[in-house]
Design a protein around this ligand. Structure first.
Ligand SMILES: *Cc1c(COP(=O)(O)O)cnc(C)c1O
Length: 472
């Protein structure tokens, strides 16, 4: 493809992109294809001869698009969002065009220095302590793995990296029963072992019970085991419960355990002064992760990972083969030493584009609006006698179920599961579920970039009608 041909295709593609953004609501939110349907439509062998880009795009429309779940449709209420925004997409186009691999400072100084500055902007925006340093990771799972590995090395005085874990004793990691599965994954990969992850019971609001944590740690210490790391979640994936940071932080301080905070979704709410209460006790934090690629309008992937003492992180990950030695080492940030991969995309440009084009006020307004919509939805649900709210609505997730009189708990669970599938199969909205205290729970997240109260009112009407039609 020549630059002139590229120019023509790129202009056409931008038309396609803008059209998609305008029309995204006309697609079924959740893809309705069957397993294997897309696979079977793609030839078993690659073409021997070059094909035109136009033929590719035509197949894209016919074959691929029906197999896409439209996360940017404002009727996407499932999981947590993976929001994008025009500013982020534009930056992503530039990133792909530059194709810079930003593993060390020298391989693109602007990428390293913009990243350093963007992490300062974010740190100030969410009011983390001023000594914290940040790095962009590909996902919260990777950041949590980095935290567990750093905690492991600190606990073993860095002998884990050199000797392996044979002589280190039994390291323990603690999190709540509601913690994201990435904690378990990290503990498995780290060599600490899944059975050394202790899941602490939660209180009635689904947040970690600090008394139970203290008991567990003291118990383990009595057995000669080593409390290595505690994971606090601000905004659990099920219900956005907020673990009590200060109480847990004091326990970590008293027991010399690393305190990692997973705020993957709810971290964005920290840009609002009225949500700073979640960070009460922040002086105890060792590491902190949140995902601008969830709720801060920056397309996947872009995870912000902050540490109190960057030297511990670097000491855990540092490698220095001859071919990576540079004259600037030690004077600049070589981010390859701040995480698992060597190669790195120029993700800071997306953040720069998003934060500048929204402005802090614009970001705050959008996030506040989403939180307000959740409150309104929760009120609408509470007014109906045959529905009930199943968890406190803290930020922008509403957990509820259909609860008509005269049915057993099992029947109610079956009804709600059926309701969830029927709604999702309609293509009109997409909800996901969790199970809370044995109850099948519908989760509705009102945080897609372009969601409005109108979308949520329509969705609620459909939910009520569909639910009641199931028993009539
Ligand atoms: C989404 C989520 C994660 C995982 O995020 P990835 O970036 O997809 O790895 C971890 N923790 C919490 C609380 C989450 O909501």
């Amino acid at each position: 493809m020549t630059p002139d041909e590229f120019r023509k295709h790129a202009h056409d593609l931008v038309e396609w992109m803008a059209g998609y953004m305008e029309n995204v609501e006309t697609f079924p939110v959740k893809s309705l294809v069957k397993p294997g349907e897309i696979f079977d439509k793609i030839p078993d062998n690659p073409p021997q001869k070059a094909e035109s880009f136009d033929s590719l795009m035509s197949d894209f429309d016919k074959i691929i698009l029906p197999g896409i779940t439209h996360w940017q449709n404002p009727n996407f209420f499932a999981y947590f969002p993976a929001n994008t925004s025009p500013a982020s997409v534009l930056a992503e186009m530039v990133i792909a065009t530059l194709g810079a691999q930003c593993m060390i400072w020298e391989t693109s100084p602007a990428a390293a220095e913009l990243e350093e500055k963007m992490m300062i902007w974010l740190r100030e925006l969410i009011s983390l302590p001023s000594g914290f340093e940040g790095v962009i990771q590909d996902s919260a799972s990777t950041a949590t793995l980095a935290a567990i590995l750093t905690a492991r090395e600190k606990s073993t005085n860095f002998s884990g990296n050199t000797e392996g874990l044979g002589k280190s004793g039994i390291l323990k990691v603690y999190c709540s029963e509601q913690t994201h599965s990435s904690a378990e994954k990290g503990v498995k990969i780290s060599g600490i072992g899944r059975k050394n992850l202790v899941k602490i019971p939660v209180r009635s609001d689904f947040s970690m019970d600090p008394e139970k944590l203290k008991e567990a740690i003291l118990n383990d210490k009595e057995k000669g085991e080593i409390p290595c790391c505690v994971i606090v979640t601000l905004g659990t994936t099920g219900t956005t419960a907020i673990d009590p940071l200060r109480a847990i932080g004091e326990i970590c301080r008293d027991n010399n355990a690393w305190l990692h905070v997973d705020a993957a979704m709810a971290g964005t709410a920290l840009i609002l002064p009225e949500f700073q209460w979640m960070l009460d006790g922040k002086e105890y934090i060792d590491s902190f992760v949140f995902n601008p690629h969830k709720w801060m309008f920056t397309n996947f992937d872009c995870t912000a990972y902050f540490v109190k003492d960057a030297s511990l992180l670097i000491k855990t990950f540092e490698i220095l083969p001859e071919y990576l030695k540079t004259r600037t080492r030690g004077k600049v940030n070589d981010y390859r030493d701040w995480g698992v991969p060597l190669g790195r995309r120029f993700r800071a440009l997306k953040l720069w584009s998003v934060i500048r084009t929204y402005g802090v006020e614009g970001l705050r307004e959008k996030v506040r609006n989403h939180i307000g919509i959740a409150a309104e939805l929760s009120e609408m649900i509470s007014k109906e006698a045959d529905f009930e709210i199943l968890a406190p609505v803290v930020i922008c997730v509403v957990c509820f179920r259909y609860f008509p009189a005269g049915y057993t708990e099992n029947q109610i669970n079956d009804l709600n599961e059926k309701l969830n599938h029927q709604l999702n199969d309609s293509g009109k909205l997409y909800l996901s579920h969790t199970v809370l205290n044995g109850r099948y729970t519908l989760r509705m997240v009102t945080a897609q970039t372009n969601v409005t109260i109108g979308h949520v009112q329509n969705a609620w009407r459909l939910i009520k009608e569909t639910a009641r039609s199931l028993i009539s």
